[in-house]
Design a protein around this ligand. Structure first.
Ligand SMILES: CC(C)(COP(=O)(O)OP(=O)(O)OC[C@H]1O[C@@H](n2cnc3c(N)ncnc32)[C@H](O)[C@@H]1OP(=O)(O)O)[C@@H](O)C(=O)NCCC(=O)NCCS
Length: 224
């Protein structure tokens, strides 16, 4: 007899939502009940799954469903936090699912928080902490003893050495590399292809080889 799957409703839109649907399907731990996609009409489908409501409909959609969790599929770190908090305000008792692609390699004693997406081909080495609502994108690699704080993200092919700390809401862009032992502050963006060799602070755009501070950014600025 197979185990009874948990259920998930996925909130999101755009390409990131499509990738998340694929990971949930491949992982096969949750049954996707439907989508909350503000850019589509109710009943419209994305990759075969129907839009079943708006954020405000969540309490009704969850009535009588004690095994149903929520996943927020939004790539922008700040916007993801806003939607997570909006959904908690609408439905205070919701649980958030995490999803891990079966091709990801997860090392020993790795801790994975809630609301996390770990995508195809990514590698997380031993004793690393993956905070709540973070994204480890396709083929990204984070080495041993690292900490990704909540709502931070790695874009495709981003790479860190060991003992790296990535601050809340900070993003490593596509193919960015961070030397071992380096700490990154909050709300900072390390640009595409950058090589970060030294610690950096909060609210910065850094890029180049080696990466330099290009300018400051505001917390609500667009990410990538
Ligand atoms: C860092 C970033 C967020 C914004 O940088 P920005 O300074 O606002 O970039 P702009 O588009 O205004 O470009 C300004 C100049 O800097 C250059 N530049 C921008 N990002 C750069 C980078 N990462 N490395 C080197 N040069 C860069 C641009 O080519 C442009 O040069 P030009 O003036 O000679 O044409 C962005 O460029 C970046 O790296 N994005 C990553 C995208 C990504 O990872 N996508 C994956 C999503 S899953």
């Amino acid at each position: 007899m197979g185990t009874i799957k948990k259920e998930v409703i996925i909130a999101g839109s755009s390409g990131h939502l499509k990738v998340i649907i694929d990971i949930f399907e491949k992982e096969n731990k949750y049954k996707i009940l439907g989508l909350l996609d503000p850019n589509k009409n109710i009943g419209e489908k994305v990759l075969g799954y129907e839009v079943i409501g708006r954020d405000e409909d969540l309490p009704n959609l969850l009535l009588g469903k004690d095994r149903c969790e929520i996943f927020v599929a939004i790539g922008d770190n700040w916007l993801r936090q806003r939607i997570v908090n909006k959904l908690i305000a609408i439905s205070p008792n919701i649980d958030f699912a995490s999803t891990i692609h079966p091709s990801a390699q997860i090392g020993k004693d790795v801790q994975v928080g809630k609301g996390v997406a770990i995508m195809a081909g990514s590698i997380i080495n031993s004793n690393t902490v993956i905070g709540d609502f973070t994204i480890i994108n396709t083929k990204a690699s984070i080495d041993h003893d690292c900490v990704m704080l909540k709502f931070s993200s790695l874009a495709p092919n981003a790479t860190t050495g060991g003992n790296v700390i990535i601050g809340e809401y900070s993003a490593l862009s596509i193919s960015a590399t961070v030397k071992h032992g380096v700490s990154i502050g909050k709300h900072t963006v390390i640009g595409a292809g950058a090589l970060l060799m030294k610690n950096c602070g909060d609210n910065l755009i850094m890029y180049g080889v080696p990466a330099k501070e290009i300018r400051k950014r505001e917390i609500r600025d667009k990410y990538l």
